[in-house]
Design a protein around this ligand. Structure first.
Ligand SMILES: *Cc1c(COP(=O)(O)O)cnc(C)c1O
Length: 339
């Protein structure tokens, strides 16, 4: 099969694989892990996920490494973040052991879809938790389905590590200061679709949000955290409305390991002027360097250069090399799933 796949043409889409894994929460407890080859789910029309957004997801990747092994990166962190989301929207927490067991199982079952190292493509793992039981009044469901599917995805940078323009869109908010921005729920994405389309229509890679209350501080992009570099310091926003990115958490650690200072604090928009480098970070790209950020309303442009900066490049390369088992994993972030 892997001979027949055209790995180089893969984008970030859905490609059918052989199996997904599922686990049901009923009568107050999680059941056995089930292996499934169906792509659809039978669902009650009054399920809470459909009406009241009782839905959470995660995203991580399995990497085929140069040593032939398949590794996943910090899946315990994805499990912990999902548990936080569960507490946030009243869903039963998925235990870390169950989460990790399902990641290993779904990756192993679909081994033939894991792209070879040289292609730069990876196997994306999508965990999904939904409220499935019927409810018409606004209440949490009593039954849930937790599933994971995988799909091979192409490299984020087709022509090599490169910078892209971003845009601050002030006329929309992604999440409220005390809302669900800190949880990985679909509702935040519904709230971002329109601003995201506007950004794309104008030729930008992605939209940026300011904090919703004061419209003064940098929050994050639609699906990635923000960081800036200046004076040998890695600066990233502290905010109650952004998603705690595992990539960002890892980059903060690596920056510290490299001897940089790390600051998590509010970043006023005007401070962008003083950054030597800026980037968006998340599982998809690791780092997507930013060439400039336009503020549509004020007409202001913050320029970081056409080419990725040296510190961004160094962080990117090292994190990627840890994920691929090339650089030593001193923090114990990776798990070998297939020997
Ligand atoms: C998933 C996500 C990120 C990136 O998180 P990673 O764990 O680094 O992949 C950033 N922002 C939002 C809004 C997200 O949903």
């Amino acid at each position: 099969m892997s001979e027949q796949m055209d790995w180089s043409s893969l984008g970030f889409g859905y490609h059918k694989t052989d199996y997904n894994v599922r686990c049901y929460f009923r009568d107050g407890k999680w059941g056995e892990i089930e292996t499934c080859s169906e792509e659809t789910i039978p669902l009650h029309m009054a399920a809470t996920c459909l009406h009241y957004g009782q839905e959470a997801f995660e995203g991580l990747k399995a990497y085929r490494c140069p040593d032939g092994k398949v590794r996943v990166f910090r899946m315990d962190e994805n499990a912990a973040r999902l548990q936080s989301t569960c507490r946030g929207i009243l869903m039963p927490e998925v235990p870390t052991e169950l989460f990790e067991e399902m990641v290993k199982k779904v990756v192993r079952l679909n081994e033939r879809f894991i792209p070879p190292y040289e292609t730069g493509a990876t196997l994306y793992v999508r965990p999904l938790l939904i409220g499935t039981s019927a409810q018409v009044g606004v209440h949490p469901a009593s039954e849930y389905l937790f599933l994971m599917f995988v799909t091979p995805v192409g490299p984020y940078f087709k022509g090599g590590f490169a910078s892209n323009p971003y845009v601050i869109i002030r006329e929309h908010d992604r999440s409220a200061p005390l809302g669900t921005g800190i949880y990985k729920v679909g509702g935040n994405y519904a709230a971002s679709l329109l601003a995201n389309k506007k950004a794309h229509d104008l030729g930008y890679a992605c939209e940026f949000y300011l904090d919703a209350k004061e419209k003064k501080y940098m929050d994050e992009c639609g699906a990635a955290n923000f960081f800036g570099i200046k004076n040998n310091t890695y600066v990233t926003p502290l905010s109650t409305s952004i998603l705690p990115s595992i990539t960002n958490k890892s980059l903060m650690q690596l920056a510290e390991d490299f001897g940089l200072k790390v600051e998590r604090r509010q970043i006023p928009e005007e401070e962008l002027e003083t950054f030597e480098e800026a980037g968006a970070c998340g599982t998809a790209a690791v780092i997507s360097p930013i060439s400039y950020i336009d503020d549509l309303e004020t007409g202001k442009r913050y320029d970081f250069g056409e080419k990725p900066g040296p510190i961004s490049e160094k962080l990117y390369t090292h994190l990627r090399n840890i994920q691929y088992g090339i650089d030593e994993d001193v923090h114990g972030w990776t798990t070998v799933v297939i020997e």
